[in-house]
Design a protein around this ligand. Sequence first.
Ligand SMILES: O=C(O)CCC(=O)C(=O)O
Length: 348
Amino acid sequence: MAPPNSALMSDLVSGATHVPSQFVRPEHDRPNLDQVIQSPDMSIPLIDLQDFDGSRRSEIIKQIGLACQDYGFFQVKNHGIDEAVIDNLLAVAKEFFHLPESERMKVYSEDPYKTIRLSTSFNVRVEEVSCWRDYLRLHCHPLEDYIHEWPANPPSFREDVAKYCKKVRGLAVRLLQGISESLGLERDYINKALAKHGQHMAINYYPPCPQPELTYGLPGHTDPNVVTLLLQDDVGGLQVLKGGKWVAVKPIPHTFIFNLGDQMQVLSNDRYKSILHRAVVNSDKERISIPTFYCPSYDAVIKPAPKLVDDDHPALYRSFTYGEFYGNFWDKGIDKKSGTSLGMFKTN
Ligand SMILES: O=C(O)CCC(=O)C(=O)O
């Protein structure tokens, strides 16, 4: 075992045969893994983006609209991002988490407002039970403002991550156009509502866990941003709440999982919802997942799209800046969230 003063959970629990008490969830808040729906037929829709910018656009927009309405989650294939870009990112991410502790700790911080930081759990400053996760969080847009802060080790880290970030940003912008159209809004309505845009990435590292039924990689939460594009390796662990039941999302290589965040719920005036999801761990294998949180810039004013507000559909949220929302999200901590963090922004 590593010395008990290791800040990162992967160092603290290395070689552990039991889950240390700070990671054990109270009995009413455990994953109940035997009740999770594992059937691929019950999982989230898989949308083929082939010819999205051509002959299949209206068909795909219909599929996106249905998936947003019924699930808040979907997967995409034929998205146009090269497999090598994805494989290189997953490889360099794993390499980073296998560096010696002293090397990784160079970017450690518990301050959620830092634009680059390696940390552990969710927000160690406010939570009572820890999550079985370490994570590296990077701001990625505009790239030239942040890339110099990123780890210089592994040597290809900056190049591999930057290539991926640029491609994923392109995909996010295209999908946001599709979502705008699915809501009957102008194609660029949502992209314009995000002002200068923000893009954050987390590289989540979940080591194997001797007692996965006692803890979470991440407990149920919604994402604070507008949309998330999640890349996961081949291990699996993401579960999505559907009809009151947790449904496992089996990894499909080189696809992305796309989910709506709290800002989309506001912009769409609740036509689309931000859905609870969680990450569970397993006893055999380490797991990497890499969400890209696509977001408004902090100064963007978020409110329901005027076209989606009328006498029958009054505005359900007041206007607020994303900066106001985001500070509240981190300060609350993930355990205290029941559903979204949107309560204080509702009109009644
Ligand atoms: O690891 C996963 O599959 C989910 C990650 C996630 O929900 C997050 O980082 O917010």
